[in-house]
Design a protein around this ligand. Structure first.
Ligand SMILES: NC(=O)c1ccc[n+]([C@@H]2O[C@H](COP(=O)([O-])OP(=O)(O)OC[C@H]3O[C@@H](n4cnc5c(N)ncnc54)[C@H](O)[C@@H]3O)[C@@H](O)[C@H]2O)c1
Length: 261
């Protein structure tokens, strides 16, 4: 699915890669893409059935995958996940921290509540920071790592998305700070910042008809005249996780079809 040229060697052969939010649109495309490129993938999500389905697809295609139920709001569960990775694999080469989403979209600025701010920051920013902390603990001694965080084009600011924009902006700043710190341990840290992505969760929430209209309207405003598919994001994650991007760190990669130039 993500391989376009047959003469490439597998870009992640033998790498151990953890992907959070792996049952979702972007996470599952990333897991499938990484497995296809030879990585041994660990899929973490609260959606156990969704995760198992992605794992089964990977195994059917001859890949190596395992699932873990992890609520990224729980520091204890995150710590447990990384210690089981340490026990089972003894190392971690790649983290792609995808889990997240806007829990409070389009609430007017003068109506947002403290608890909705807390939950959006916890799901998006705090979880990312805790996963990166645990990844760094595994990666520093091995003097190798690729960390890819999930920001959003919304990090530049978006009407009606307040705590989500703050969280994704926080992820962008945190990514840069972490890159400055971990570079000397041969660990790169970069963020993905997609514009609208055509994921099944949005289609389900809005209904196919409304979603198609929104896709067309949004896409027509982008120079490339379409919105992103999950695979567009997965391929960007693959590049940043691969050794092709060995000298790229601290970057916020906008995957936006040129939406904001
Ligand atoms: N779809 C877009 O337009 C878009 C654009 C920019 C950024 N993003 C970001 O991409 C990431 C993935 O989003 P998606 O579009 O694939 O949506 P999605 O809803 O398909 O995927 C999100 C996944 O995260 C999981 N998740 C949610 N809460 C969790 C928790 N507490 N613990 C563990 N897992 C949890 C969900 O079960 C789901 O599988 C999110 O961080 C989102 O903010 C999405």
């Amino acid at each position: 699915m993500c391989r376009t040229q047959t003469f490439y060697s597998m870009r992640l052969k033998g790498k151990i890669a953890l992907i959070t939010g792996a049952a979702g649109g972007i996470g599952s495309a990333t897991a499938l893409c990484f497995a296809e490129e030879g990585a041994r993938v660990i899929l973490a999500d609260i959606d156990t059935d969704g995760c198992e389905a992605v794992c089964a697809r990977i195994r059917e295609q001859g890949g190596d995958a395992m699932c873990a139920f992890v609520d990224v709001n729980s520091e204890e569960l995150i710590v447990g996940l990384f210690s089981s990775i340490r026990e089972q694999y003894g190392r971690l080469d790649i983290l792609v921290a995808v889990a997240g989403g806007d829990l409070d979209p389009f609430t007017p600025a003068d109506e947002i509540t403290g608890s909705s701010i807390d939950s959006n920051l916890a799901l998006n920013l705090r979880s990312c920071m805790l996963c990166c902390r645990e990844a760094a603990r595994l990666m520093k001694p091995q003097q190798y790592g690729r960390i890819v965080t999930m920001s959003s084009l919304v990090y530049r600011g978006a009407q009606g998305q307040f705590s989500y924009a703050a969280a994704k902006g926080g992820i962008a700043s945190y990514t840069r700070a972490l890159a400055m710190t971990l570079g000397s341990s041969n660990i790169t840290v970069n963020a993905l910042a997609p514009a609208l992505v055509d994921v099944p969760a949005f289609r389900k929430a809005l209904g196919s008809e409304r979603w198609e209209v929104l896709l067309r309207e949004s896409g027509s405003r982008y120079p490339l005249n379409r919105v992103a598919q999950p695979l567009d994001v997965a391929k960007a994650a693959l590049f940043l996780a691969s050794d092709d991007a060995a000298f790229i760190t601290g970057q916020i990669l906008e995957i936006s079809g040129g939406a904001r130039l």
